[in-house]
Design a protein around this ligand. Structure first.
Ligand code: UDX
Ligand code: UDX
Length: 470
């Protein structure tokens, strides 16, 4: 089936960039991205491209080419569903915060709502593409819901997980290592798969397009993220050993990464991985294994998360012990709030947890990030504290110890220490002589990303700690 119109429900970090690239590469297809959040759609339509709702290098340029030509952002979900032959679902699927599977399973409320809505609104057959990361066998559930339509329509469900990483989303979409499409191996299923292959073929070589059954595709996404996160936890576990033995984790990482069987990517030791996917997807995998009674497998993967929490706590403890065992009333600068550089996304960022630990010890935090807004920073902390059952009074007391700065120098003035939490490139080029002069002495540096020239900082007079080095 030739596709003329597609729509995507969910204009987030996945839906927005993915549809922008499809619209760019397929000018003959009309692409409409819809979202229930009016403000978000307004921002996607903002005439000034620096006001797009997500910060992603190269995104504005791509939007500039297609927006208004064959790429549209709208809140009219019904119209988009009615008119499209293919519907991508890219709504968020957070970890459940209630009921069965609380804290582990994916919350499928949004996905189910979408399926019911599509079924109700549609007046002809459609292809539904799961873009959101979903537990294995969700497609089956979506199919069941869609089948309840009383109009005799046929909906073919495909799984097409997104592998883009934030900060490099546009490049990742241009040059995907692979595109994975899972579908039913029936006549209609194969037709639907071919329709989606025809879209990706416009810029992805066919040998990179992998076709699997639905469940393999759904599981592959969880497993890919689990394997990537596992590498980070593996090297982070070794960083703790390096710090006490005198080995240097960067040298170890370099040495082992040269083995082509291991490879060099995702071996950068850090203060801990963040982002909306790794923890959520591993918890999902753990829940799935437990559900099937595979407790040893569940425990194995849960270890990846345990090490990540250990790493974040280790880092904040290091700050506390270095500052003479107390940070009470001391100003500490947190440089970077995003979970990685080149994004304004802070979901599950290590900064949130390290900050929480320091605030609980009485520290006064001065937070700076070039892309994350102060409202978002406050919201991240409040959400964490609310989830732990803190009262409103407790939360407002804690917030009195949090100050957010737009100017990095102001955030460092009269600080006892600064911690690098995000690897923003320009942090490497800061004027550290000047910074040293405005900080309280002894001035401490905690490099959670291993981006600074520690020898240079030591020669200025800083007391330094970097992950994975004694
Ligand atoms: C994506 C994937 O979809 C998720 O499964 C994956 O694990 C993480 O990445 P992402 O694009 O990052 O999610 O999420 P987000 O930026 O929160 O965007 C989701 C959008 O869907 C939001 O803008 C939200 O308003 C919208 N939405 C949600 C709807 O339009 N309708 C709904 O019913 C629910
Ligand atoms: C990840 C996957 O890479 C992507 O394929 C999937 O579609 C979504 O989840 P993302 O979370 O956007 O992407 O970013 P990623 O680059 O994977 O980084 C995740 C976290 O790991 C970040 O906090 C990053 O700083 C950290 N990280 C990454 C390390 O600590 N060390 C590394 O070597 C690599």
């Amino acid at each position: 089936m030739k596709i003329n119109k597609i729509c995507c429900i969910g204009a987030g970090y996945v839906g927005g960039p993915t549809m922008a690239v499809i619209a760019l590469k397929c000018p003959e297809i009309e692409v409409t991205v819809v979202d229930s959040n009016f403000e978000r759609i307004k921002a996607w339509n903002h005439p000034n491209l620096s006001n797009l709702p997500i910060y992603e290098p190269g995104l504005a340029e791509v939007i500039d080419v297609s927006r208004g030509r064959n790429l549209f952002f709208s809140t009219d979900i019904d119209k988009a569903i009615l008119e499209s032959e293919m519907i991508f679902v890219a709504v968020n699927t957070p970890t459940k915060t209630y009921g069965k599977g609380k804290g582990m399973a994916a919350d499928l409320t949004n996905v189910e709502k979408c399926a019911r809505h599509i079924s109700k609104i549609s007046e002809n057959d459609k292809i539904i593409v799961e873009k959101s990361t979903l537990p294995v066998r969700t497609a089956e559930a979506i199919q069941k819901i869609l089948k309840t339509n009383t109009k005799g329509l046929n909906f073919e469900v495909l799984s097409n997980p997104e592998f883009l990483a934030e900060g490099t989303a546009i490049q990742d979409l241009f040059k995907s290592d692979r595109v994975l499409i899972g579908g039913n191996q029936t006549e209609n299923g194969i037709k639907a798969i071919n329709s989606l292959v025809d879209i990706y073929k416009k810029w992805i070589p066919e040998r990179k397009i992998l076709i699997t059954n639905l469940w393999s595709s759904e599981l592959s996404k969880l497993v890919a993220n689990a394997f990537l996160a596992q590498r980070i936890s593996s090297i982070n576990s070794i960083s703790a050993l390096c710090e006490v033995t005198g080995a240097d984790v960067q040298e170890v990482s370099n040495a082992i990464g040269k083995d082509s069987r291991i490879g060099s990517e995702f071996l950068k030791s850090s203060v801990g991985f963040g982002g909306s996917c790794f923890q959520k997807d591993i918890l999902n995998l753990v829940y799935l294994c437990q559900h099937y009674g595979l407790n040893e497998v569940a425990d194995y993967w849960e270890g990846v998360i345990k090490i990540n929490n250990f790493q974040k706590n280790r880092f904040s403890n290091k700050i506390i012990t270095s500052l003479f065992n107390t940070v009470n009333e001391k100003k500490i600068s947190i440089l970077g709030w995003a979970f990685k550089k080149d994004t304004n996304d802070s979901r599950e960022s290590a900064s949130i947890y390290v900050s929480d630990n320091l605030i609980n010890e009485g520290a006064k935090l001065a937070i700076y990030d070039p892309q994350v807004t102060s409202d978002k920073i406050i919201l991240d902390l409040k959400t964490l504290w609310e989830s732990r059952g803190d009262s409103e009074i407790e939360i407002s007391c804690k917030l009195k110890n949090v100050q957010i700065f737009n100017n990095i120098e102001d955030s460092l003035r009269e600080s006892h220490a600064f911690a690098i939490m995000t690897e923003w490139d320009f942090f490497k080029e800061l004027n550290f002589n000047k910074i040293y002069s405005i900080m309280i002495k002894p001035a401490f540096v905690f490099d959670g990303r291993k981006i600074l020239n520690i020898n240079k900082l030591k020669s200025i007079g800083f007391e330094c700690f970097e992950i994975g080095k004694s």
